[in-house]
Design a protein around this ligand. Structure first.
Ligand code: ADP
Length: 155
């Protein structure tokens, strides 16, 4: 059985922290689906299509990394794909508290689903999309925080 993991998130925008988690998780799975959750009530800062195109470009030479978007419950999306793993990154105790609730609820709803957590690399543990958005909104330079390969597209 092929091991498929879904890495769900907003990726608004993708940061070096996300990139690092995805690449470190790659040896654990056959396929990682980087899935942007669409939320009709919460429009992103960067348009969905733009976020998707950055992710696609970043992983263009990685056939085992697939980029998609989805709406609705993440577990329903996992079922549809035949994915039995959700991948998440942990930066802080606050991340853990938040993820613990979601992970337990997801598993209650889909018992054959495991959430796999990777600890953030220390150099990225203070990096979040929300801070990057704030810098961008105020005209600051975000280039140190976004993946090297797609810097020209994003800045
Ligand atoms: P969400 O809106 O679901 O929080 P994000 O796009 O902000 O989505 O994050 C997706 C996942 O990436 C989450 O598991 C988050 O904890 C993780 N993540 C975000 N930033 C980092 C980072 N700097 N290092 C490691 N993991 C991270």
């Amino acid at each position: 059985m092929s091991k498929i993991a879904v890495f769900p998130g907003s990726f608004d925008p993708i940061t070096r922290g996300h990139e690092s988690v995805i690449l470190r998780a790659l040896p654990l799975f056959d396929t990682i689906v980087v899935a942007i959750g669409e939320n009709s009530e919460k429009k992103g800062y960067f348009p969905l299509e733009t976020r998707m195109s950055w992710l696609r470009e970043l992983f263009v030479s990685q056939p085992r990394i697939v980029v998609e978007s989805y709406s609705g419950l993440t577990i329903d999306y996992c079922r549809k794909l035949g994915a039995h793993f959700i991948l998440r990154g942990l930066r802080t105790a606050a991340d853990f508290d938040f993820e613990r609730g979601i992970g337990l609820m997801n598993r209650a709803m889909m018992p054959d689903l495991e959430t796999i957590f990777l600890l953030s690399a220390p150099e990225y543990s203070a990096l979040s999309s929300s801070i990057v958005r704030e810098i961008h909104r105020n005209g600051g330079d975000i280039s140190r925080f976004i993946p090297e390969a797609i810097k020209p597209l994003m800045t």
